[in-house]
Design a protein around this ligand. Structure first.
Ligand SMILES: [Ca+2]
Ligand SMILES: [Ca+2]
Length: 189
């Protein structure tokens, strides 16, 4: 399972806040957020955000921006509650990585969360048609795809690319054929 590393970014209080509070030691705001999160492609994840030394009498607005919204899109940002906690909802729309920048304008507080969107693990590598069996029909589908006779979506191409060279071609079909004939017992990925 994931283990989260806590990152604390300490920002000095803004001048406006320092004026009405002489104790700088207690009003130094900081974010408590995971430094890195992993999202399965096609799923959403809620990221818990906490603001240290949050004062509910001074409402703050949390904003979040994804550098590559096509990869990880922010679908919701909650209000900061009375204890300084908020939730950001992120969807993993394309495999890849991006940074999400968090910002609280009222106090100039900023931090960054690195997000990686990973492919969900295929149930069975080489099982292009998803029937649970690796056989000639899977190799034939790759032949059809290679000749432009059928379309494969990203999940199907991932499952078909058994040698992991990012191309679905006759080499993959041959490997599936060899596997089916018992000449190999695993794929070279
Ligand atoms: Ca199959
Ligand atoms: Ca390949």
């Amino acid at each position: 399972m994931l283990s989260f590393t806590l990152l604390t970014t300490t920002i000095l209080p803004s001048a406006a806040f320092a004026l009405d509070n002489n104790s700088q030691a207690t009003d130094a705001f900081s974010f408590i957020v995971p430094e890195f999160i992993l999202i399965d492609y096609g799923t959403t994840k809620e990221i818990q955000v906490a603001i240290n030394n949050y004062d509910p009498s001074k409402p703050m607005t949390l904003s979040a921006v994804s550098d590559f919204a096509n990869t990880a899109n922010i679908t919701a940002v909650s209000k900061v509650d009375a204890t300084g906690n908020a939730t950001i909802t992120v969807s993993g729309d394309l495999p890849g990585s991006t940074d999400i920048s968090l910002h609280v304008a009222e106090i100039g507080l900023e931090t960054t969360i690195h997000v990686q969107v990973k492919w969900k693990a295929p149930t069975l590598m080489g099982d292009v048609n998803g029937d649970g069996i690796i056989d000639l029909y899977d190799a034939i589908l790759i032949h059809y795809y290679y000749r432009g006779r059928i379309f494969m979506n990203a999940d199907e191409r991932w499952t078909a690319d058994v040698n992991r060279d990012n191309v679905v071609d006759l080499y993959d079909a041959n490997l599936i054929y060899y596997y089916f004939r018992g000449k190999i017992n695993s794929f070279p990925y």
